[in-house]
Ligand binder design. Structure first.
Ligand code: KG4
Ligand code: ZN
Length: 376
């Protein structure tokens, strides 16, 4: 079964054609990161306009790269998408930025109506989890999935395909959001995750995008406190404040000193040390909660880490070294690095497993979208 998948929930315009949930026939991602790097975050209005410009060329390119084209009857030198090859259309419809979701969902609805294809609206976090099936077929249930992105931090228990139970969630900021906010305090560009990792490794990119080198930061230099949230829930806003207060104290500035004026006063060594110490603390908090979750769910057979933050190397290495050895001895799965962030291939994979689970298509005339909603 070939699924055309579309994803426009935030600042990536993406389309992919995926066969049987696993084989990627094409995967196109046009990122708007360059637009937003120096702003320190996504500007929803600009994101929506960029999706509008990119979406049709991106869908067309997905057909080209899959070799799913036929010569145009009017202009034989031009290729047209071969819709006979497509069995279904899938699109991210929630959660995300309203204007961004509108472009993807309206495109998918229109294509489904015009070409008489069944339409499957897909939850964004579900797709992040299913990015793991793109490169591994031996994931066993029941499993725990840690979904860490710019908008979410959740631990999800899955008894089988398409069965999601949220057992832990953040009570305030998502961990990716925390990376983005700390990057801003340290004068690093958006998105904060990769910029923090690079700074921790001694490569500091300033917001004007020039790069400075320094020795790697010391992850033990600033011991930030871990939040005391009971159970499996997370909290990251306290960590953000702790970093801000420590930067202010280090620079002998009062609490009232504006956070956006701190970065130019920090030395390269201080930036690297703050980035390394924050990154280590954020990863340790995630690992602590996963450890607790595995105690609550001892029958777990696989552990999945998904979402933009799953690209983080410190998180990958710590999760592997903690959970793939005794007492846990669990297989730990991550998406291939290019499928950690937003892409459409993962939407095609999630849709395939929905269809296999018997979920019926949605009426394209009535598909609605929701900026926020839980995974069910
Ligand atoms: O899943 P994603 O691409 O978009 C959302 O659904 O939100 O996640 C984006 C988030 C951003 O907050 C970004 O800073 C973070 O993922 N991120 C990382 C890394 N790469 C991206 N965080 C930590 N380390 C990384 N290497
Ligand atoms: Zn995402």
């Amino acid at each position: 079964m070939n699924i055309l998948a579309i994803e426009t929930s935030c600042d990536e315009t993406a389309a992919a054609i995926v066969q049987d949930g696993q084989t990627i026939l094409s995967n196109i991602v046009v990122s708007q990161i360059d637009l937003f790097a120096s702003y320190g975050g996504v500007i929803p209005e600009i994101a929506a306009r960029s999706h509008l410009e990119a979406i049709l060329p991106v869908v067309h390119q997905a057909f080209q790269n899959a070799n799913f084209t036929i010569p145009s009857p009017h202009q034989p030198s031009q290729n047209l998408p071969n819709w006979d090859k497509i069995d279904a259309i899938a699109v991210t419809h929630t959660p995300g930025l309203l204007g961004s979701l509108l472009i993807g969902t309206l495109t998918a609805r229109t294509l489904a109506i015009l070409h008489h294809k069944p339409l499957f609206p897909i939850h964004h976090l579900k797709s992040h989890i299913y990015a793991n099936w793109l490169n591994s077929s031996d994931i066993q249930f029941p499993l725990l999935a840690l979904v860490v992105s710019g908008g979410h931090t959740q631990i999800i228990h899955m008894q089988q395909h398409n069965h999601f139970e949220i057992i832990g969630t953040t009570r305030d900021d998502a961990v990716g959001e925390c990376f983005d906010k700390i990057a801003k305090i340290l004068g690093l560009p958006y998105p904060g995750g990769p910029a923090i990792t690079q700074a921790a490794n001694g490569k500091i990119t300033q917001s004007n995008l020039t790069t400075l080198s320094t020795p790697p930061g010391n992850p033990l230099k600033y011991p930030f406190p871990h939040p005391q949230v009971p159970g499996l829930d997370f909290s990251f806003s306290g960590l953000k404040t702790a970093v801000l207060r420590t930067v202010q104290a280090e620079l002998h500035k009062p609490l009232s000193f504006p956070s956006h004026q701190l970065a130019p006063l920090l030395s390269k060594t201080q930036i690297a040390d703050f980035a390394a110490s924050f990154q280590q603390t954020a990863v340790d908090i995630l690992i602590e909660k996963l450890t607790l979750a595995l105690k609550h769910y001892p029958e777990t057979k696989s552990l999945i880490i998904a979402g933009g933050v799953s690209a983080n190397q410190t998180l990958r290495q710590t999760a592997q070294s903690t959970f793939s050895h005794p007492p846990f001895s669990l297989p730990v799965f991550f998406p291939a690095p290019e499928f950690s962030g937003d892409n459409a291939a993962m939407v095609g994979s999630a849709a395939f497993y929905e269809i296999k689970s018997g979920i019926q298509p949605t009426d394209p005339y009535h598909l609605n979208l929701a900026p926020r909603s839980a995974i069910f």
